[in-house]
Design a protein around this ligand. Structure first.
Ligand code: GDP
Length: 442
């Protein structure tokens, strides 16, 4: 799911991250593209509009404009809003209260209701529950047989009803049977129709009143996009749903139903059906799905760490020093400390998706010990030496090497690298001045 959306958003953000500093126009353009990508993903247009408005408000605020990594900040905001759009917290299945607890599955014919009933039964069984499946359909013997077959496949009892009974009486009997046989969950697979119709709704309302289910879950086919959302709205008005299960999600490249459901129906998606097999049921995690859509891996954690470690004031001070060309070994050491505050390099590299897959990348990993050594060398210098590295002659180098427990070559190498860094920074600033562009370093 969301392959295309993911692709499109990836391109928008790549462009955005390419700008050192963002202007309002950059952000507006990116948001326009995000909106189009959402509409192409079959997201309800009102949902797309509200979503973009929220992001615009945040993206044009202080939070982004004064940050070190404005492009990444926008991505983070889109991620947070996407997670909120998908429903915020991961919802739980309501299984408390009286035993046995009844769960009612409702939905149109063909949505995957019977399959999902069996999937849920298997999910609950794996959690140590003793579910009873009950087909509450008086019209389609084939659907009843299908549930019996699936129940046998997963080793879950299925209530055997008499044909042509009244569905409300049938649900009641199934509940009595669940009590008698010591089941703790009763899963009602209700009848489906090809369209939403009044007699069906009346039947479902009567069952609801009689059984008092803890959950009324709509099973909806994700491939039908906005139709699924409209169906959910209808069912919700009649039955006051507690949640939604989207099926056939693995075949839905667009994801519009998932993205619109929460805003339009205001009920959480609780599970995703991701295949025909009975274990192809996933608990729905809005935040993880948002990360997946944005192809972000653990980058979010990384950005949060960077935010904690760097503060914008310090960065400005650094920039000022660079401009005045007074960047010293002391500043260099501070930078090093900030980077190390974010965690071990190994750990940081591991959080960047795909990095470890790049050929040769493993050997290029910076050596943690090297950073420690560099800091020790700088620590062994006097404040005057740190402020002006030109002072550091041969005898001072030997003293520093001894003080920090390294070889003189290590000190030489550090000083050479530092001089090079300084030169490079000077060049970058001059280029920046010519181009009239402001940019933060590092
Ligand atoms: P019902 O009429 O709503 O009870 O629907 P069924 O449970 O009979 O399912 C209709 C069809 O959808 C069957 O062929 C199922 O195998 C299929 N199906 C159900 N859920 C999923 C799913 O998550 N992914 C895929 N690919 N197929 C599904």
């Amino acid at each position: 799911m969301f392959d295309r959306l993911s692709d499109k958003l990836g391109k928008v953000f790549k462009k955005l991250k390419g700008h050192g500093k963002l202007t309002e126009a950059n952000i507006q353009e990116a948001l326009r593209e995000v909106r189009l990508a959402l509409l192409e993903a079959d997201v309800h247009y009102k949902v797309a509009k509200t979503f973009i408005d929220r992001i615009r408000e945040r993206a044009l605020g202080q939070e982004v404009m004064t940050s070190l990594t404005p492009g990444q900040q926008v991505v983070k905001i889109v991620h947070d809003e996407l997670a909120a759009l998908l429903g915020g917290e991961a919802p739980r299945l309501e299984l408390g209260g009286k035993t046995p607890v009844a769960l009612m599955l409702v939905g149109l014919q063909g949505s995957g209701k019977t399959t999902t009933a069996a999937k849920l039964a298997l999910y609950l069984k794996k959690q140590g529950r003793q579910p009873l499946l009950a087909p509450v359909d008086t019209q389609r013997p084939a659907a009843i047989e299908q549930l019996h077959r699936l129940g046998a496949e997963i080793g879950v009892d299925v209530y055997r009803s008499q044909p042509q009974q009244n569905p409300v009486a049938l649900a009641s009997e199934a509940m009595a049977a669940a009590v008698a046989k010591g089941h703790d969950v009763l899963l009602l697979d209700t009848a489906g129709r090809l369209h939403v119709d009044a007699p069906l709704m009346a039947e479902l309302q009567a069952i609801k009143a009689d059984v008092g289910p803890a959950e009324i879950l709509l099973v909806a086919d994700a491939m039908t996009g906005q139709d699924a959302v409209a169906v959910a709205q209808n069912f919700h008005e009649a039955l006051d749903l507690t949640g939604v299960i989207l099926t056939k999600v693995e075949g839905d490249a667009r994801g519009g139903a998932a993205l619109s459901m929460r805003t339009v129906v205001n009920k959480p998606i609780k599970f995703l059906g991701v295949g025909e097999k009975l274990d192809a049921l996933e608990v729905f995690h809005p935040d993880r799905l948002a990360s997946r859509i944005l192809g972000m891996g653990d980058v979010l954690t990384l950005i949060e760490k960077a935010q904690d470690a760097f503060d914008a004031d310090q960065a400005k001070e650094l920039e000022r020093k660079l401009r005045k060309e007074t960047f010293t070994l002391e500043d260099f050491r501070d930078q090093l400390r900030q980077v190390r505050k974010m965690g071990s390099l190994d750990q940081l590299m591991g959080m960047i998706p795909g990095l470890n897959k790049i050929k040769g990348m493993k050997d290029m990993q910076p050596d943690e010990k090297e950073l420690v050594r560099i800091e020790a060398i700088i620590n062994s210098m006097t404040p005057a030496e740190r402020a002006n590295h030109v002072l550091i002659d041969g005898s001072r180098r030997r003293r520093i090497a001894k003080g920090s427990g390294v070889e003189v070559q290590d000190v030489n190498r550090l000083l050479k690298n530092f001089a090079m860094t300084q030169k490079m920074m000077k060049k970058m600033i001059q280029a920046g001045k010519k181009g009239g562009k402001r940019r933060f370093l590092p």
